[in-house]
Design a protein around this ligand. Structure first.
Ligand code: GRF
Length: 205
């Protein structure tokens, strides 16, 4: 069975969806950069080990990432899962976990990288929005796409109503992507695409 660690910074609803999906993985720990992340108490209530690596205790991004890397590597994970982890990671960190670091982003990448994606989508007037699970590369919100889900933008949507519709899909596709990883079905091609063994290209089912 593969071992994963999940990194969070706050609410942790994606982490919760991953835990509740009962995937064939061992969750070695949930790690947060904030001691007050709400998701930590959920993880503890499920008997999952938790760790806090507080970024404020380090004077540089490099020092924080080194400490984080040490904490992660002690757990020997096959996959590191970013689930609402709100820190930009250094190139050294990202390269260290090449092919075993994934993220969920609340937009249909490459549209709307960065923050406030739902407001960005409403401002752009797009008719469909959604979320993306991708392998992480040094460029923020970039990297080989594992799976995407789309949702309609409805008349009268606010960033909050749109976020809720997207979040429901995040909670569906993130466990799916990790299940594929656990089943050894994901390969990254040299040109940066993800093949999912047994699933037709572009489908999320
Ligand atoms: C999610 O929308 C995720 O896509 C984004 O941050 C949010 C985290 O939510 N990166 P949660 O902590 O998983 O509830």
């Amino acid at each position: 069975m593969k071992t994963i660690v999940i990194l969070i910074s706050g609410r942790g609803s994606n982490m919760q969806a991953i835990v509740e999906a009962n995937l064939p993985v061992h969750i070695a720990a949930v790690i947060s950069n904030r001691a007050d992340a709400a998701g930590l108490s959920y993880a503890q209530s499920k008997g999952i080990a938790t760790r806090v690596v507080d970024h404020r205790n380090y004077d540089s991004r490099e020092a924080f990432d080194a400490a984080l890397m040490q904490t992660i590597d002690a757990l020997k994970p096959d996959l590191v899962v970013l689930a609402g982890f709100m820190r930009i990671l250094t190139e050294g960190f990202v390269n260290h976990y090449q092919g075993r670091l994934i993220n969920i982003h609340p937009s249909l990448l490459p549209a709307f990288p960065g923050l406030a994606t739902h407001a960005q989508a409403l401002k752009a007037g797009v008719k469909v929005h959604g979320c993306t699970v991708h392998f992480v590369t040094p460029q923020v919100d970039h990297g080989p796409i594992v799976v995407q889900a789309e949702v309609p933008v409805e008349p009268g949507d606010t960033p909050e109503t749109l976020a809720a519709r997207v979040l429901a899909q995040e909670h569906r596709i993130y466990p799916q992507a990790i299940r594929w990883f656990a089943q050894d079905r994901l390969t990254i091609t040299p040109d940066g695409r993800v093949n999912v063994q047994g699933v037709e290209a572009l489908s999320d089912s």
